[in-house]
Design a protein around this ligand. Structure first.
Ligand code: GLC
Length: 563
């Protein structure tokens, strides 16, 4: 029953711990979010994804949930959440929440009961296997390091499965009782008024059974979970059931966190007619150049040509199927301007370059997501030492780099560009010491450059923030919303180096988007010399068109309309 309301919206992701602290305890909270809804409304946001705020030991910063039906007191109360929903709705903002159901926390009562009685009903909520003290059921490696198996507390002859941290036991989706509990919980949140979900690690819910070993991909003798995902079949049955039990009963927007999808599965995942989810994130740029060996062997940033091949390939892969949610960053990834702007190019940190990247990804087909602070042009932070890092994933990747022979200094330099800490520092609302984020002591130092703050950028008409506002207004403009939300994507002059250009057209209107991903000028021939091209927007400097040739200045971005 998923309607069309979300197709022309722009979404914004909040990582609550670092967005805005209203209580003064140094930790962001729900009341803080409510206090900033006017800011989000002025920006033009229609969908708000809030990362987990449920009770949690915060080992994985809230992605380890110990109670699916409550609010962590650090973030507020259920009344605060209801107030947030009411105030968001007054501003036409739809709130979606994070559904983390591949695993829960080891502090969840289901897991505690499973430890008390592994053969009882809650034991069957998890993957618990017998263990001879030597041979594990399979050699998969957890995402955060080490084997995916851990001895079950109180039962030295048993192990349980965890694809992420050992405090995040995987839920057994083969068990219909577990699935019924999850659907009940999802419906409960929808009945409360949330408009949909971001589905965390949802591709992992289907395991290949019985467990077996895979060829090792590192010296530790273990294999990445991706090896299992390549063999996985049957997840579409879970998705179909979830759709019937949950999404068909409500008018939702849902977005899947789905890596490793195979082309033949896309229709079941995001197909316009019968797909389970409204969309899934395009992670093609995120995974580009990542090595099985770890971050220390991965590419830290992409050239313009690499970035173009990622986004164009992704657009084509879903063309006749459905829609993607387009991102350049999120709470798991470095800042987009530090990864997708070629960092060896002169001017890659200029506002013009940041705006060119923003325009390029925001006008692709699909739903654009903005991660908090991205709209300010915020860059990766300085990570001075590993002692300052709290993220479990970064710590594991640092160890991996050391084990591969890198010195401490080299290991830090290798993991810093990927660290999740880059995006998880508090938001800067003004240029004061604590950035207007808190009246107390921030839970972690701000570290981002003070220049990227909301108050200053609001005053500057040429700021990156105001350019994002223009882009969002363009997406909702009466004349362009249909072509930008429903129109086709078609690459233009794809082989021209450092040019990223494409059409959006719907049979009535044709827009030509072009961005020069280099400091030097470059000429672009217009597609049809018999047509006139009207300039709809640029990222600042005036655009020069002589006859049939556009001269793009360094890092220039433009949208033209064919007349
Ligand atoms: C997802 C989340 C990430 C988390 C992981 C385990 O990938 O985005 O932050 O660590 O799932 O829940």
């Amino acid at each position: 029953m998923s309607g069309d309301w979300w197709k022309s919206e722009t979404a914004y992701q909040i990582w609550p711990k670092s967005f805005m602290d209203a209580s003064g305890d140094g930790i962001g909270d729900l009341k803080g979010i409510t206090s900033k809804l006017d800011y989000l409304h002025d920006l033009g946001i229609g969908i708000l994804w809030i990362s987990p705020f449920y009770p949690s030991p915060l080992v994985d910063e809230g992605y380890d949930i110990s109670d699916y039906y409550s609010i962590d007191p650090r973030f507020g109360t259920m009344a605060d959440f209801e107030e947030l929903l009411t105030e968001a709705s007054k501003r036409d903002i739809h709130v979606i929440t994070d559904i983390v159901v591949n695993h829960c926390s080891d502090q969840h009562e289901w897991f505690r009961k499973a430890c008390e009685d592994p053969d009882g009903p809650y034991g069957r909520f998890f993957y618990i296997e017998d263990w001879d003290g030597e041979h594990l059921p399979c050699n998969l490696r957890s995402e955060f390091g080490g084997p995916v198996w851990e001895p079950l507390p109180g039962h030295p002859d048993k192990v349980y499965l965890h694809f992420f941290d050992k405090t995040q036991p995987d839920l057994n989706w083969e068990n219909p009782d577990l699935r019924a509990e999850i659907y009940k919980m999802m419906n409960w949140w929808l009945d409360k008024g949330v408009s949909g979900f971001r589905m965390d690690a949802i591709i992992n819910i289907k395991k290949v059974l019985p467990f077996h070993d895979y060829p090792a991909d590192r010296d530790d003798g273990l294999a990445s979970v991706s090896a299992m995902l390549k063999e996985q079949t049957g997840i579409d049955q879970f998705f179909r059931e979830m759709k019937e039990q949950v999404f068909d009963q409500h008018d939702t927007f849902t977005v899947g966190e789905i890596f490793d999808a195979r082309p033949e599965e896309l229709a079941a995942f995001i197909g316009t007619d019968n797909g389970c989810f409204s969309s899934m994130f395009d992670f093609s740029g995120e995974v580009f150049g990542k090595s099985e060996l770890g971050w220390y062997r991965s590419k830290a940033y992409l050239s313009a040509e690499e970035y173009k091949s990622c986004i164009f390939g992704a657009q084509r892969s879903v063309r006749e199927i459905g829609r993607l949610s387009n991102i350049i960053e999120n709470h798991d990834e470095p800042r987009g301007v530090s990864r997708y702007l070629p960092q060896d190019a002169w001017g890659c940190h200029s506002d013009d370059a940041k705006k060119a990247l923003a325009g390029t990804y925001m006008l692709l087909r699909g739903v654009p997501f903005i991660y908090q602070g991205q709209e300010l042009g915020t860059e990766n932070v300085d990570i001075p030492s590993i002692e300052k890092v709290s993220d479990v994933w970064t710590l594991d990747q640092y160890r991996t780099a050391q084990e591969a022979g890198l010195s401490d200094e080299e290991a830090l330099a290798a993991v810093a560009p990927f660290s999740r800490d880059n995006a998880r520092v508090p938001m800067r609302w003004d240029d004061s010491e604590n950035g207007g984020f808190t009246d107390g002591t921030p839970w972690t130092p701000l570290r981002s450059a003070p220049a990227f703050n909301v108050a200053d950028e609001e005053e500057n008409p040429d700021s990156v923030l105001n350019f994002y506002r223009q882009l969002i207004r363009l997406r909702s403009n009466e004349e362009y919303w249909d072509v930008l939300s429903n129109g086709e994507f078609l690459a233009y002059e794809e082989n021209q180096k450092n040019l990223i250009s494409y059409f959006r057209w719907n049979g009535v209107c044709t827009l030509l988007v072009m961005a020069n991903f280099q400091a030097e000028c470059q000429n672009v021939e217009l597609p049809d010399e018999n047509k006139a091209y009207e300039i709809i927007m640029t990222n600042g400097k005036p655009l020069h068109i002589f006859g049939n040739t556009v001269t793009l200045l360094g890092w220039q971005f433009a949208v033209l309309q064919e007349r």
